[in-house]
Design a binder for this molecule. Structure first.
Ligand code: PNS
Length: 157
């Protein structure tokens, strides 16, 4: 079965990568979707976010990357995708993610959301935190973002 993993990925972190790798054991194909959350302002453009994810998964046969504006469920209906993957870090994620899962279900009755709990070492990690550290010229954090993402962050700040 195909599954879509939507998110902002501004930029992708090792926490996201861990979720994608773990999901790829259970689903035949994972489509990672760099999308727009209307409540966020982005550092990287949607194309840049997509490229950073693509570079990471270039050699993974069952992971592909797309980017688009609009509703997730419209893309799912058009491409016959019924499974949504979401990562959960803490209970604070749950409220927001449950609301989104129920809304997506309302808009697309066949859509099912599958939650994967984040690995302990990434349970506090977020793209926003990473950006905050780089913005303030903190030290490199190779344990939390891949090398090419580190480079991209440095070129922005
Ligand atoms: O990484 P994020 O910011 O939590 O991801 C949120 C995202 C992009 C998955 C969500 O905002 C989204 O699905 N945006 C596309 C529009 C949509 O379908 N919204 C959900 C129904 S209201």
């Amino acid at each position: 079965m195909k599954a879509i993993y939507p998110g902002s990925f501004d930029p992708i972190t090792n926490g996201h990568i861990d979720i994608i790798n773990r999901a790829s054991y259970f689903f035949d194909e994972i489509i990672v979707a760099a999308m727009i959350n209307s409540e966020k302002k982005y550092l990287f453009s949607i194309e840049e976010r997509k490229d950073l994810i693509e570079t990471e998964f270039l050699h993974k046969f069952n992971v592909s990357v797309v980017s688009f504006n609009g509703l997730l469920v419209d893309y799912m209906k058009k491409n016959n995708i019924k499974a949504i993957i979401k990562g959960l870090r803490t209970v604070t994620d749950y409220g927001y993610e449950a609301q989104m899962a129920l809304t997506n279900k309302k808009l697309h009755r066949e859509a099912e959301t599958f939650f994967i709990h984040s690995t302990e070492e990434y349970s506090f990690l977020s793209s926003s935190l990473i950006k905050e550290i780089y913005y303030n010229k903190g030290r490199d954090l190779p344990e939390y973002v891949p090398e090419h993402v580190l480079k991209a962050l440095k070129s922005k700040y």
